[in-house]
Every structure is written in structure tokens, then in C-alpha cells.
Design a protein around this ligand. Sequence first.
Ligand code: 3PG
Length: 224
Amino acid sequence: MQTQPGSKTMTDNARNVLARLGEAGVVPVVELDGREVALPLAKALMAGGLSVAEITFRSEAAADSIQILREELPQMLVGAGTILNVDQVEMAHRAGSQFVVTPGFNPAVVEACIELDVPILPGINNPTGVEQAMGFGLEAVKFFPAEASGGVLFLKALSGPYPSIRFLPTGGITLNNLRAYLALPNVLECGGSWVVRPALIRTSRFDEITRLADEAVALVARNN
Ligand code: 3PG
């Protein structure tokens, strides 16, 4: 996936992060209203067996939350999502973000991540996007919005021309269709908010988040 600038060799850091994402199978896409819920939420996910989270920059609390999780839960893999510009890349990096996910393909964002050796999964939903990512030496991309863009059929079609590219489908994924995605050889893992719906966080229903995480982990395990 990630290359050193000017090189086509994946960095060890990028290789390790991709391997950990692949092992997890599912990455919860998390939106936090306040940093005080970051820790209880992450502990709830870990209690359900999910030790990865994408904290989206859709709230002011994102960078602080990432920093708290990196300090308090070093065993967790913590990334930044919905990164839209280079300033946010730098904020995410300063907070200790271990990977970056974007909804679309922004070359400036991709370049900044490569410079900082922060593994980046830019969002694409067409072959042009895949080729742009390949131009930067990336081997994994987010497929967003997955269900609205052709879902499993799209990914099957792309495995022909781009056999080395792995996808992180996100957008419309739930327990009902997760298995169909994970069964595809070119799927690295799936992202989604169904485990961490904002309403569950707001009402402190952390037990339910643990239950949903556990359910997702069990489905991933059945697929392996
Ligand atoms: C994302 O940011 O990746 C998506 O909004 C998550 O999509 P979902 O809410 O349909 O899971």
C-alpha cells in the first residue's frame, strides 16, 4: 500500500497497519460528540473484541479523542476518518492517528499522508479513482459509498483489471450484507457505523455497543 515518497516500496508501518486492519475484518466508523465518551466507547468496542476504530473528523472532538485513545489504549488501532484537507491530516498525525481514511480522492491529502508515513485509504467509487491511487503507489483504498455505488458486483468487476488492489467497502454495510463483502478476495475489511450508532453513544448504551461488536466479530470469524 503506502510507499516512501519517490519509491514503490511499501513502508513497514503501512504494511503492519494494513495487516491489522485485515485481521480485524470490521472497522467501526465513529462520530463522537465529545471527547469524554471516547474512552468508554473504545472500551465497549474492545470488550466486544474489536480493537480498531476510525474516529471521524465530523466533530470537533475527533483529534482530542484520538489522542486520548492513543495514550490510554495503546493496544487499539486508531485512525482518523472523513479527512478532507491537509490541515486535518496534520491534526490527525499530531494526535497520533495510525491511519487516515477519506471519503473521496484528494491528491493533496494522499501526498501529505505519504510524506508523514500515515497509511492512507482514500475513498474511490470508480476505476479512475483506483488508477489515481495506484499512481501514488497505494494498494488499498476505501470503496465509498459502497452500497450506493454497486456494492459486491462493483468489487467483483474490479478484481479483473486491478487484481492487486484491496478495498475497504464502507457506506450501507450492516450485519446483513457484511458476509457477502468479506467473502470477496479483494476486500481487506469493511467499515461501518452500525456498531456505533450515534444514538447508542448519546444514550450511553455501551453494553449494546459491546454486543454489536461481538456480533460483528463472530461473523468475521465465521468467514475466516
Ligand atoms: C463513512 O463515513 O464511512 C460512512 O458514512 C459510514 O457509512 P454507514 O453509516 O452507512 O456505515
